[in-house]
Design a protein around this ligand. Structure first.
Ligand code: NAD
Ligand code: 0WE
Length: 263
């Protein structure tokens, strides 16, 4: 139980398929007390059900596109937790029209702004708003994707936003390190979640991943959750500013033996 006595806020739970659900499950198994934010009223009942099943009660609305919403959320949280030990940021969004087609044809200034605001700046905003409430030894964590490093068809402006999020992770780690607060990211392999369900041909992404990855499969939200629990625990006290891949090894292989045999 390496998170016993730790209070951690999870932002980005939408339903049971969310990566945040796997993280909540794993952190609960390790003894953490959790609080959840949800984007809007529409998602509240989903989030409430999952939180209650895991034995957690604190639910707060927080739309990260709004400074007021973020401020209100931490004011509400302070009514129960004056101090806490970590935040999981599991939020990403770009307008759907940016995620289908050739990048050069579909990229827009407005889509760029939205993707970077919701998917990268919001991590900074949560860090700023919570700074005075974080205990020494606290840990912040975000979720990124390999298209920050290497292009993936259709991921488009989200790839730019994830590259920004990864740099954000390093700059926040540098800024908060002197307070002994750590900041890390998990780069997860593709998983069929709500965010992925809006993506055309996502099944092809999954099968390509399984064909190339050394483990010859995709990863589960539970596997991502276990690494998230580790990174937010004192077991990871020497790790900050790091991007940890949980992708069955996909990013380490340029070609698999099966792909080679097909040539
Ligand atoms: P998901 O749809 O379950 O979660 C995305 C969350 O973002 C939702 O809970 C949604 O409410 C929230 N969100 C969007 N806009 C928001 C806003 N304005 N304010 C507050 N919340 C907002 O999908 P997921 O796959 O679990 O995504 C979680 C994170 O994991 C994202 O950052 C995503 O980019 C990343 N990721 C996903 C995969 C994958 O294949 N599913 C792989 C690597 C990384
Ligand atoms: O980060 C993600 C999901 C990102 C995402 C998905 C959507 C769909 C619905 C962000 N914004 C939106 N906006 C919508 O309106 N992933 C890593 C999963 C994902 O999404 C892809 C992928 C993979 C993998 C999109 C294209 C290609 C591959």
């Amino acid at each position: 139980m390496f998170l016993k006595g730790k209070k951690i806020l999870i932002a980005g739970l939408a339903n049971k398929y969310s990566i945040a659900a796997g993280i909540a499950q794993a952190m609960t198994e390790q003894g953490a007390e959790l609080a959840f934010t949800y984007q809007n009223e529409r998602l509240r009942t989903n989030v409430e059900k999952i939180a209650n099943e895991l034995g957690h009660r604190i639910l707060i609305e927080c739309d990260v596109s709004s400074d007021e919403s973020i401020k209100r959320a931490f004011d509400v949280l302070a009514q129960t937790w004056l101090k806490f030990d970590g935040i999981v940021h599991s939020i990403g969004f770009a307008p759907a029209n940016e995620l289908e087609g050739n990048f050069i044809d579909v990229a827009t200034r407005e889509g760029f702004k939205i993707a970077h605001d919701i998917s990268s700046f919001s991590f900074t905003a949560l860090a700023q708003a919570s700074k005075s409430m974080l205990n020494e030894n606290a840990a912040l964590l975000t979720l990124t994707y390999h298209a920050a490093m290497q292009t993936v068809p259709n991921y488009n402006v989200m790839g730019l936003a994830k590259a920004s999020l990864e740099a954000n992770t390093r700059f926040l780690a540098a800024a908060l390190g002197p307070e002994n607060i750590r900041v890390n990211a998990i780069s997860a392999g593709p998983i069929k979640t709500l965010a992925a369900s809006g993506v055309k041909n996502f099944r092809k992404m999954l099968s390509h991943h399984s064909n190339r990855a050394p483990l010859r499969r995709t990863v589960t939200t539970e596997e991502v959750g276990n690494v998230a629990a580790f990174l937010c625990s004192d077991l990871a006290s020497g790790i900050t500013g790091e991007i940890t891949y949980v992708d069955a090894g996909f990013n380490t292989a340029a070609m698999s033996l099966e792909e080679f045999k097909e040539l």
